[in-house]
Design a protein around this ligand. Structure first.
Ligand code: HEC
Length: 151
């Protein structure tokens, strides 16, 4: 490869990264993210150990996928596929949540060698990167366990 081609290729790669940045977990607007969370809150509480249709997202960062235990000590009935993803090494973090919520079932599927996982979360995902960034910014204090939600 000539030097010119190397430089051009580098510029192309940098351009592609600028055009399609991954969701940046720390660039979002938490107030806007609170609105996005309305899509989640019917099923997910931000109170510690509170179960709804889905597990609480309080303190979810650092938790192995599919291992939620509620405040009464009752293990959540996760799907086999969500548990398998956890056993395959899936641990929640801001980055993992951002990637998951863009495409929930295929993301879990990729962890366990299936095209699409069968999980119990009936939610198609968030398509707009800005929604994801804002949601992740809003969730940070709750998901890290620093703060508890009122509901
Ligand atoms: C209709 C109900 C519903 C909605 C809406 C929903 N979820 Fe879920 N979610 C669930 C259920 C049920 C599970 C458990 C899935 C399983 O075990 O297969 C889950 C699992 C999760 C998990 C994994 C938790 C763990 O402990 O492994 C995360 C993270 C999550 N949801 C985030 C979100 C976010 C963020 C939103 C909103 C953008 C959302 N969910 C919307 C029902 C829902």
């Amino acid at each position: 490869m000539t030097l010119l081609r190397i430089v051009l290729k580098g510029a192309l790669v940098a351009g592609a990264l600028l055009l399609f940045p991954g969701p940046d977990a720390r660039a979002g607007d938490a107030d806007a993210g609170a609105k996005v969370f309305k899509k989640c809150q019917a099923c997910h509480s931000l109170k510690a150990g509170k179960r709804r249709t889905g597990p609480s997202l309080h303190g979810v960062y650092g938790r192995q996928a599919g291992t939620f235990v509620d405040s009464k000590g009752k293990t959540f009935r996760h799907s086999k596929d969500m548990k398998a993803a956890g056993e395959a090494g899936l641990v929640w973090s801001a980055e993992v949540l951002a990637a998951y919520i863009a495409n929930p079932k295929p993301y879990i599927g990729a962890m366990i060698g299936k095209k699409k996982a069968k999980t119990k979360m009936v939610f198609p995902g968030l398509k707009k990167p800005a929604d994801i960034e804002n949601l992740v910014a809003f969730l940070e204090p709750f998901a890290s366990g620093a703060q508890e939600g009122k509901r």
